[in-house]
Ligand binder design. Sequence first.
Ligand code: GAR
Length: 218
Amino acid sequence: MSARARLAVLISGSGSNLQALIDDSQHAEAPFEIALVISNRADAFGLERARRAGIPTQTLSHRGFETRAAYDAALAEVLRAQAPDLIALAGFMRILTPELVQSWQGRMLNIHPSLLPSYRGLHTHARVLEAGEPWHGATVHFVTAELDSGPAILQARVPVLADDDPDRLAARVLAQEHRIYPLAARWFAEGRLVLGSDGRAWLDDRPLDAPVIIDASA
Ligand code: GAR
C-alpha cells in the first residue's frame, strides 16, 4: 500500500485500544490512519477520544433493530460507504453475522483478552484466575465466522501474580493490548500481514503456525 491504509475502528466502550491506535497513527511514519470510529453505544467514551483526535465518528445503536442480521446490514452499509482498508474491532461487544464477517474476511482484525484458543468469550480474567493459570495475555487475530477463533497473529503473554485479582490482571493485560494492536495494524498496513487462502495468517511471506509472542515482564 503506498498511501496510508485507512482503518475503521469499531468500539463499544472505553476505547483504550482505540486510543493506542490513534496515538500510533499520529507518528509521522505511521503506515495507517483512522478514517472512522463506529460505536454501537452513544455513551462510549471512545467516541470522545475520537472526537478529540478529529476523527469522524458514527453511532449505530443496536437498539431499534429487530434482528442481528438487520443491524449488521446497516453496519455493512456504513462500512461500504467508507471503504476502509482494514476494520479493527476494539472492544466491540457484539457478535457479527457470518455474512458481514465473510465480506470483510482478511480485512478485519480483533483483539481478545486471552491467549487464544484458550478462554474465548467473556470474563477471561476471572476465569484465568479461577483456573490457577500461570500465564494470561491477549491475542490479535483475523476475524472469521466462529467467535474468537480466527487465525492468531500476535500475542502478549503476561504472568499471573500471586496477589492478582481480575481488575489488576485486566489492567496489566490491557497495557499489553496497547502494544500489540498498533503493531499488528502496522504489519497489515505495510502489506506484511495477510490472511492466506489456506486460512492461516501469513507474515512476511511465511505462514504463522503459531502467533508471534511478546513476553511482558510483570
Ligand atoms: C479489551 O480488553 C478488549 O480486548 C476486550 O474488551 C476490552 C476493550 O477495552 N475485547 C473483548 O473482550 C472482545 N471479545 P477498550 O475499550 O479500553 O479498548
